[in-house]
Design a protein around this ligand. Sequence first.
Ligand SMILES: Cc1ncc(COP(=O)(O)O)c(C=O)c1O
Length: 440
Amino acid sequence: MTTRSIKKSNQHFQKAIHQLPLGVTSNFRYWGDEETIYIDHASGCRIQDIDGNEYIDYRLAYGPYILGYADPRVDQAAREGIDIGGVFALSTELEYEVAQKISSMVPSAELVRFSNSGTEAVMAALRVGRAYSKRDGYIMIEGGYHGVSDSVLWDVDLDEWDPKQGDPQVQPTSHGVPSSIGEMVTLVPMNDANRLEDVLKKKHNEIGTLLIEPILGNCCSIAADPEYIKTVRSLCDRYNIVMVIDEVKTGFRVAKGGVQELYGIEADICTFAKSMANGYPIAAICGKEDFMRIIKYGGVLHGGTFTAHSVAISAAKKTLEIIKSTDALATVNQYGLNLRDGLSRILTDHNIPHSFTGHPSMSGLFFSEKPPTNARDFKSSNYPFYEKLAEELLEFGVLCEFDPREPWFICEAHAKDALDPTLDAFSAALENTLKGESVE
Ligand SMILES: Cc1ncc(COP(=O)(O)O)c(C=O)c1O
């Protein structure tokens, strides 16, 4: 039950629902008729709703704010981008500069094309994969999320799954997705190299692309085992599969060279979006020259009216400069470690078994001694307790996603002054949660 006042948000919802489906602009922004809040403004790591409630934000718009909201350095660059004039159905010199910057940070990103969103970048990556391999089938990892295009809105149905009856069923995650697309999709569990090899042995004539987030940024940051990801790379090489690493969440966050640097691997194609412009809408599809050169007349079509808008590309240039030349990511990483330590101390004091997954800049929190290693394990963890705790945290001014599959995102601004208030709020929220429920 809400103890803080969200009267204005409730009133606004009653208006908005008549104009916008669910009263919002993304299904994920709807928290319920009585619970949905509307934002007035945000700065640093704090976000304020229209009722004046302030929250230390660990959702960070699902990840793009690597430096913090309204970062003055990036916003100044964006203002300079306005003066350039927008989009022209022509290119600017800035695109080359930003592409060069990306290539200097991510070795596999030999060539770069810009898109507007992660969804669009992944769509392009899959198209390149199909065109290059000349095979339409593709593999995705259970629990992965790659945006809202028809090709990737597929996952296993873990709600109805009974492990005794074999593998969970694959299904579209939205109505309206053509069922025919399902014939091209094969889902495999994370960290099971044998399963992947079996699939490739049987279906390598149909499958041409493998799409993977080595840290499942939309499934509690469950992380690939380093050995597993290296085996995935070598299986892709052996069976001529285009390996697409989706770095929309991990890129320019978990390391300057993204998850590829962290694991010491190189993708054939990789996609970036969120952190690359600290919240301004831009994405990139990048890759090895051989693969990227098939984007051409008479080859793969890629484009879009708004691609490389001068505001977004200027913001990307500045953000990447900061990430490359300062210790911003080290600060983010250290804060993430400090936060894990602090939360761990509080949970240990209460004898609550727990563990963390992923990377400190985007941690998943679990109420079990060992974190899950794939989406199926997640199903058996005590996530209802997490959901209750997240609701309590909101009352104490800390915003993390209620759905435990979303990690806790850290930005550079958290390191200024957010740790102690977060830990105080966590202690208080935990006490309240425990009054209502057992963690066993
Ligand atoms: C790994 C990954 N890929 C793709 C996307 C889609 O990006 P967008 O929401 O910008 O379309 C997301 C969004 O959360 C993501 O996490």
